[in-house]
Ligand binder design. Structure first.
Ligand code: PHE
Length: 446
């Protein structure tokens, strides 16, 4: 089985790279804008601290002790009914499903890097036309960049944990921090910065309904890469004797910090140059380019840097989304890494084409059900259903199925007195909140 293992810093960067993704820079600002700011941010932060961190530690523990792909890890650690519990590992499938649209969005970002080099739209209307033309009628451009994205991701994962994934993260993550940090610092010098702070941190609960609640919890899972075995698969390649608790804390802090910095920066720019925080998924593709245009030549530089950082964030998450299923086929079916990488890649590549088609004017009517097209369904189903279910399975497995002594042996020394609080949160707070989310979700759909 695996020999190549992460170095300590490699693991922290790779796990942070997995967590920090399109979720932080693309999704978080637009859903925050959509649900009115402060109150939504507060619910998200509470979920991250109360549930996210506990489940992150649990997920790392399963990988760290299981030392294999997700299915094998569950099977190894279940004291009885192994045949049943191994299915817990199939949450890894969610990652591959997310990749269906994730790779398409990374493709849009590549396209925006290239087009921002030559010029930016001079108004929001123009930006809207550019974006919706790409989305609704330009199949070729989307296919081209989706292909580039597929090729890059497959190349990296085919090179393995050490030579591919760790190397990618060692290079891209520090650059991402520098770009976002630098742009954030610039934003703090603008007059509208305090307006952005107010929007994000002053809660207005009248904006909150059950959809907002389900979205906030779902997003907390998504942004921390929980519930689909990404963190678990990475921690299976961690050297023995590492501290899972400090690693989890570092990842959670880094992820939250980048989301908040990106949000504050984007909203500052929008307020300063007259964009709309509530403009939906097009926020970074429509409002932002028009805002950058207003900044003159600096705007061009910012636009290119911003989209490059978004691409970096996306790529480091993408490799962690495919890796669990690759590892599964390597461990359970003895596939070579190349074969597993190419086949998994082809899966998300080909189904991704269906996702692109589902947004095109000429095809969308065939690929839309209940007001959501195929692309939106995949996003909705994975983020609001599969991830919370994956999280629930994990909290139950570590909280009730694995013998407490086994859990305690590793985590008591690392958590100290906080062990009991963590264990309580894992056994009660996390599963109860997740069940509430799912009941709410049933209401939202029904
Ligand atoms: N956390 C990533 C993001 O915020 C997405 C992701 C989810 C990656 C689950 C891996 C596993 O974009």
């Amino acid at each position: 089985m695996k020999v190549a293992r992460f170095s300590r810093i490699g693991f922290i960067l790779a796990a942070s790279g997995s967590a920090i993704g399109l979720g932080n820079i693309w999704k978080f600002p637009y859903i925050t804008g959509k649900f009115g700011g402060g109150a939504f941010v507060l619910m998200y932060l509470v979920t991250v601290v109360l549930i996210g961190l506990s489940i992150m530690i649990a997920e790392m523990l399963i990988g760290y002790l299981g030392r294999a792909d997700t299915v094998t890890s569950f099977e190894k650690l279940a004291p009885k009914n192994k045949q049943f519990w191994k299915y817990g590992g199939f949450q890894a499938l969610a990652g591959l499903l997310v990749m269906i649209y994730y790779s398409v969005v990374i493709g849009w970002i590549f396209n925006y890097i290239v087009t921002s080099l030559s010029g930016l739209p001079s108004s929001v209307d123009e930006a809207k036309t550019i974006f919706s033309t790409m989305l609704h009628s330009d199949f070729k451009t989307q296919l081209f960049y989706h292909t580039v994205s597929f090729a890059l991701i497959t190349f990296v994962v085919a090179r393995g944990i050490k030579g591919g994934i760790e190397k990618l993260n060692l290079v891209l993550m520090p650059m991402l921090f520098i770009i976002i940090g630098g742009m954030f610092l610039y934003a703090t010098t603008l007059d509208s910065f305090h307006q952005a702070v107010e929007f994000m941190f002053k809660p207005d609960f009248s904006k909150i309904d059950s959809t907002a609640f389900v979205t906030a919890v779902g997003h907390a899972f998504f942004t921390l890469s929980l519930g689909m075995g990404a963190i678990m698969t990475y921690s299976a390649s961690l050297e023995k004797g590492q501290n899972l608790v400090t690693s989890s804390i570092v990842v959670v802090i880094a992820d939250t910090a980048i989301a908040l910095l990106a949000g504050l920066m984007l909203f500052t720019f929008l307020y300063e140059y007259g964009g709309e925080p509530s403009s939906g998924p097009g926020l970074v593709f429509i409002s932002l380019p028009a805002v950058f245009y207003q900044m003159g030549i600096l705007g061009n530089v910012f636009a290119v840097m911003f989209f490059i950082s978004l691409a970096f964030a996306g790529l480091t998450s993408a490799v962690s989304l495919v890796e669990p299923m690759i590892q599964y086929f390597i461990d359970r079916f003895s596939w070579s890494r190349i074969k597993a990488s190419v086949l998994m890649g082809l899966f998300f590549y080909l189904v991704g084409i269906v996702a692109i088609l589902s947004q095109l004017d000429s095809f969308s009517s065939y690929l839309t059900w209940e007001n959501k097209n195929f692309f939106d369904w995949v996003d909705f189903f994975t983020a609001t259903f599969m991830l919370p279910v994956g999280g629930l399975i994990m909290s139950i497995f570590v909280g009730y199925i694995m013998p407490k002594s086994q859990v305690e042996k590793v985590l008591r020394p690392q958590l100290g007195r906080a062990f009991d609080t963590w264990y309580f949160s894992l056994r009660y707070i996390a599963p109860i909140s997740l069940v509430i989310v799912m009941l709410n979700l049933a209401g939202v759909i029904g």
